[in-house]
Design a protein around this ligand. Structure first.
Ligand SMILES: [Zn+2]
Ligand SMILES: [Zn+2]
Length: 276
């Protein structure tokens, strides 16, 4: 692969069929005009208790049909892949797609049995920690990374936003990201990812949307990942056509600073390494 070919592949994207801003068609047009070679759609998989951002079953059928049409329309011009961002608590079958991103967005409360979105409202994360983890934020972190490890064991094509639990933590509002318990929980999940030969995404989405100044995963994890495997793919978690390759060059430069020499690029025939 030529230098900077990672700029030609965007494989973590959302549309209006879940919580994105553009239609699949608008995303495809923008990708094609922008000279991309590969566009992968990854709508949020149906998750029975979710009423907010996942695709319902009928939406999922519509999603598959619309992406299939676009695949034909852009044949020879832009490789379109029909993927899914699959959550641990989803009832959809990820094997039914061209590829899948395995992501953890929820915690199931061990006491109440409630499902909490951990990356959106501070009030939800606060209730989760208070009602289900005795006010111990790090216990919620441990439960989160246990879910990530369980997902890694299912061998997704891409392991999604590895440390999403930090998204709304700001400068340590709910837990200390440098606490030994945090590090230990994250490390255990990272080892699970390595054992299962996962490709981690370096996700620029929270930077684009103003939640964080760092990527998922953060630097300490990226440094640990390098000797374990070092296989990463750049993604924007794009919820709008303007974000398709947001921050890819900065993220690539950053990876290089950390000692990475290549990133994986997803194409219609699978991953291809690209030198940094
Ligand atoms: Zn996600
Ligand atoms: Zn996503």
């Amino acid at each position: 692969m030529m230098a900077k070919e990672y700029l030609l592949s965007s494989v973590h994207t959302h549309t209006k069929l879940c919580d994105g801003k553009n239609t699949p068609e608008e995303m495809a047009v923008t990708a094609w005009r922008g000279g991309l070679r590969t566009l992968g759609f990854t709508g949020h998989s149906n998750t029975p208790f979710d009423l907010e951002y996942c695709m319902t079953r009928s939406r999922t059928a519509l999603y598959k049909a619309q992406v299939a049409k676009l695949k034909e329309r852009y044949s020879g011009k832009l490789d379109i892949l029909c993927g899914i961002e699959w959550d641990l608590f989803s009832d959809d079958d990820p094997a039914a797609y061209d590829y899948w991103i395995g992501s953890t967005h929820y915690l199931r409360g061990p006491k109440t049995g409630k499902y909490y979105e951990i990356d959106w409202r501070e009030s939800d994360l606060a209730a989760c920690i208070r009602d289900d983890f005795d006010g111990d934020g790090l216990a919620a972190v441990e439960a989160y990374f246990a879910n990530v490890a369980a997902l890694a064991a299912k061998k997704p094509t891409i392991l999604g936003h590895f440390d999403l639990i930090k998204k709304i933590n700001g400068d340590g509002k709910f837990f200390d990201e440098h606490a030994p318990r945090y590090r230990a929980a994250a490390d255990a999940a990272l080892m699970a990812a390595a054992r299962n030969r996962c490709v981690l995404e370096v996700n620029t989405g929270a930077v684009y949307r103003g939640f964080r100044q760092d990527y998922f995963p953060g630097d300490e994890l990226l440094k640990e990942w390098l000797p374990l495997s070092g296989n990463v793919v750049l993604t924007a978690d794009a919820h709008s056509d303007k974000a398709l390759t947001f921050g890819f060059e900065q993220a690539a430069a950053h990876l290089k600073e950390l000692g990475y020499t290549k990133v994986q690029v997803l194409t219609k025939t699978g991953f291809v390494p690209c030198e940094l």
